[in-house]
Ligand binder design. Structure first.
Ligand code: HEM
Length: 489
C-alpha cells in the first residue's frame, strides 16, 4: 500500500514537472499553479483581489511575474517604452468594449485599426482644442448649475453624495462635448433622468468581469440585467446623437466629417461617455475625501486658489481665473497629480500582446534585479503593467503610500523625470487616454471651484471602509457614494 502511494506520488510529481518545464513561461517567476492554468488568476480577478494580488506577487517574485501559462505582469518603468510606446497590439480583453458590434479606438486590437481613428480624434481632443474658449465656457456653465448643491450643503449644514454630484457634472461636460453645447445631458438639474441613466451605468459596472475576462462564455452567462442596461444606454446614446442633428461644435459631427460611419461614430461616443464621466468623478471624489481628512493640505490649496481668484460675482464660476492661469497653479496641479497617482481611477493591468518575435526582459536597474539576468517572453504572450504597482514603487515614489503633493514640486529634475515616466494614470504611448486634456481641465475647474469658496468635511456615513477602492479594472468607492459636507469659508 505504502509503496503504491509512493509510486503514484512520484508519477504525479514527474508529470507535474514535465508539464511545468513544458509550460512556455516556466522561466518566469510566479506561483507554481500559474504555469498550468489561468483558473487561479481568473478566480482572484472574479473575487476582486487581482490588482492587490499582482502587487503582492511583484513584491515577492520581482519585476516580472507569471499570472497564467500565457500571461505575465511587469513592474519596471523602463518597459513602459517597450510595451506601450512601441505600441504592442492590445489583447482580446478590449474587444468586449465594442459598441453596437462595431470597433472603436479603445476596443481596437491591432494598431492599423486603431491609428486612423486616433488621427481624427486627436484633432478635437488636443490640448489647444479642449482649452478653446467655448469648451472652457461649457465647463463654467455646468459649474454654475451645480453651485446650488454646494450652497444647499452649506445652508442645510449637511453632507451630500459627492460621487453622484461629480458623476452628473462630468456627464454633462462630456455629453456637451460629444453632442454639442445645447444637446448634452442636464443631469445636474434633472435628477430623474440622472438617476435612471447613472443607475444603468452602475448595473454595467457590476458585471465588469465576464465580458473582458471570459469572452468565450459571455454570450451564455452574462446576466439579463446587464444586457438590458447596455441595450438601454446604447439606444440612449444613439438617440442623443441623432437628436442633436450633428451640430458643428460636436465631436459627433467631427467624427462624421473625418469619415466615420454613423455607427462607428456612435460606438466611439458611447465609449467616451462612459470612459469620461466615471473616471473623472471617481478622481474628484477621492480628492475631496482625502482632503477632508487632511485639513492642512486643504488649507494650502485654498490659499493658492483664492489668491488666483477674482472678486466674487453674482455668477459663481466667474470668480475663477481663465483656464490658462488655473493650469499654472503648482499646488493645484500637485494635489491632482497625487490624487491620480494613489487613487488611480483605472488602476489595473493594461494588457498587450508580445509580438511574434518575442521579447527579452532584463531589469533596467539594480533596483529591479541583476541586469545580467535575462528572461525570454515568447510571441503571443499577454503582457501588462498596472498603475497600482507602478505608482507604489518606492524607488520612484519614496514612501509611496503617503499622499504627498510636495513630491511633485520639490523633487529634483532627475526624480521628477522618473516620476513622470512611471505615471500611468492615463496609460502610455499612442493608445493613452485621448480624453486626458479634457479630463484635466474638468478636474482643475471643479477642484478650484470647490476650494475657492468651501471647505470639505466628511459626513458620518463615509468611512475608510466605505471608501475602499474596489479591485476591478476601473475602481470606485465600495459604497458607491461619498458623503461630503461643503462648508462656506
Ligand atoms: C481622470 C479621467 C480619466 C482617466 C483616469 C482615464 C484613463 C484612461 C486610460 C488608463 C486609458 C488607456 C487604457 C488602456 O490602454 O488600457 C484610457 C483610454 C481612453 N480614454 Fe480615458 N481616462 C479618463 C478620462 C477620459 C475622458 C474624459 C475621455 C473622453 C471624453 C476618455 C476617453 C478615452 C478613450 C477614447 C480612450 C482610448 C484611446 C485610444 O486607444 O486611442 N477618457 N483612458
Amino acid at each position: 500500500m505504502f509503496a503504491s502511494v509512493i509510486i503514484v506520488l512520484g508519477l504525479a510529481a514527474l508529470v507535474g514537472y514535465r508539464l511545468f518545464t513544458r509550460s512556455r513561461l516556466s522561466n518566469v517567476p510566479g506561483p507554481t499553479i500559474t504555469a498550468f492554468t489561468d483558473v487561479w488568476i481568473l478566480t482572484n480577478t472574479y473575487f476582486e483581489r487581482r490588482n492587490r494580488l499582482i502587487h503582492e506577487l511583484h513584491r515577492k517574485y520581482g519585476p516580472i511575474v507569471r499570472l497564467s501559462p500565457h500571461e505575465v505582469s511587469v513592474s519596471d518603468p523602463a518597459y513602459i517604452k517597450t510595451i506601450y510606446i512601441n505600441n504592442y497590439d492590445k489583447s482580446k480583453f478590449y474587444s468586449l468594449f465594442d459598441n453596437y458590434g462595431v470597433t472603436n479606438a479603445f476596443s481596437a486590437i491591432e494598431r492599423h485599426v486603431h491609428a486612423p481613428k486616433r488621427r481624427i480624434m486627436h484633432q478635437f481632443y488636443s490640448k489647444s482644442a479642449v482649452t478653446a474658449a467655448s469648451v472652457e465656457e461649457s465647463i463654467r456653465t455646468r459649474l454654475d448649475r451645480a453651485s446650488q448643491y454646494f450652497e444647499q450643503s452649506h445652508r442645510e449644514n449637511k453632507a451630500i453624495d459627492a460621487l453622484r454630484l461629480f458623476r452628473s457634472i462630468a456627464m454633462d461636460v462630456v455629453t456637451a462635448f460629444q453632442f454639442g453645447e445645447d444637446h448634452g445631458t442636464n443631469f445636474i438639474r434633472d435628477p430623474i433622468e440622472r438617476d435612471s441613466i447613472l443607475g444603468k451605468y452602475s448595473v454595467q459596472a457590476k458585471s465588469w468581469f465576464i465580458g473582458p475576462y471570459l469572452p468565450s462564455l459571455a454570450k451564455y452567462i452574462t446576466p439579463r440585467s446587464f444586457v438590458e442596461s447596455i441595450t438601454f444606454t446604447d439606444q440612449w446614446n444613439i438617440d442623443n446623437m441623432r437628436r442633436s442633428g450633428f451640430p458643428p461644435d460636436s465631436a459627433a459631427k467631427k467624427l462624421i466629417d473625418g469619415g466615420f460611419s454613423e455607427l462607428e461614430a456612435a460606438s466611439e461616443i458611447a465609449d467616451h461617455v462612459v470612459a469620461g464621466h466615471e473616471t473623472t468623478a471617481v478622481a474628484l471624489t477621492y480628492l475631496c475625501w482625502h482632503l477632508a481628512k487632511h485639513p492642512e493640505i486643504q488649507d494650502k490649496l485654498k490659499e493658492e486658489i483664492r489668491s488666483a481668484c477674482g472678486p466674487s460675482e453674482r455668477i459663481p464660476s466667474t470668480v475663477l481665473p481663465a483656464f490658462k492661469d488655473l493650469d499654472r497653479l503648482p499646488y493645484l496641479g500637485a494635489v491632482l497629480q497625487e490624487t491620480l497617482r494613489l487613487y488611480t481611477p483605472i488602476p489595473a493591468s493594461e494588457p498587450r500582446v508580445v509580438p511574434a518575435s518575442g521579447m527579452w526582459y532584463s531589469p533596467s536597474s539594480s533596483e529591479y534585479g541583476s541586469k545580467e539576468s535575462r528572461i525570454f517572453i515568447p510571441g503571443g504572450v499577454v503582457i501588462s503593467m498596472q498603475p497600482w504597482t507602478l505608482h507604489r514603487d518606492s524607488f520612484v515614489f519614496p514612501d509611496p503610500e503617503k499622499f504627498d503633493p510636495e513630491r511633485w514640486i520639490k523633487s529634483d529634475s532627475e526624480m521628477l523625470h522618473r516620476m513622470n515616466k512611471s505615471f500611468m494614470t492615463f496609460g502610455a504611448g499612442i493608445r493613452m487616454c485621448v480624453g486626458m486634456n479634457l479630463a484635466m481641465e474638468d478636474l482643475k475647474f471643479v477642484t478650484a471651484f470647490i476650494f475657492s469658496k468651501y471647505s470639505v468635511k466628511l459626513g458620518p456615513e463615509t468611512t475608510d471602509d466605505s471608501m475602499y477602492m474596489i479591485d476591478r479594472y476601473s475602481t470606485r468607492p465600495k459604497a458607491n457614494a461619498c458623503y461630503i459636507h461643503f462648508e462656506e469659508h
